[in-house]
Design a protein. Structure first.
Length: 119
């Protein structure tokens, strides 16, 4: 059974940074594309970023380009989302999700970690 557990959320001031982690168990991470999504209160879930199986392909929503960086460490079965220059509108529950080989149609989901950007 593939399981994903997010960590690293918390309260940060505008302009600050956080690094989220997504630890994957029950499978070999190298076969999975991993994506980050977020959902703010009262809004629909949106895709934030995705990294391909090899790590060579990365994708970002326009709203986070230049501020967020996704990376993967297959040896640690973990994917990271480095978030810099955080804005209040980045406040949301962040979820990681996994799918075999490609970004899209994510099959496995974590329970989320809350990021609050506020002064």
């Amino acid at each position: 059974q593939v399981q994903l557990v997010e960590s690293g959320g918390g309260l940060v001031q505008p302009g600050g940074s956080l690094r989220l982690s997504c630890e994957v168990s029950g499978t070999t991470l190298e076969d999975y594309a991993i994506a980050w999504f977020r959902q703010a209160p009262g809004e629909e879930r949106e895709g934030v970023s995705c990294v391909s199986t090899s790590g060579g392909g990365t994708y970002y929503a326009d709203s986070v380009k230049g501020r967020f960086t996704i990376s993967r460490d297959n040896a640690k079965n973990t994917v990271y989302l480095q978030m810099n220059s955080l804005k209040t509108e980045d406040t949301a529950v962040y979820y990681c999700a996994a799918n075999l080989f490609v970004c899209g149609g994510m099959h496995y989901w974590g329970n989320g970690t809350l990021v609050t950007v506020s002064s």
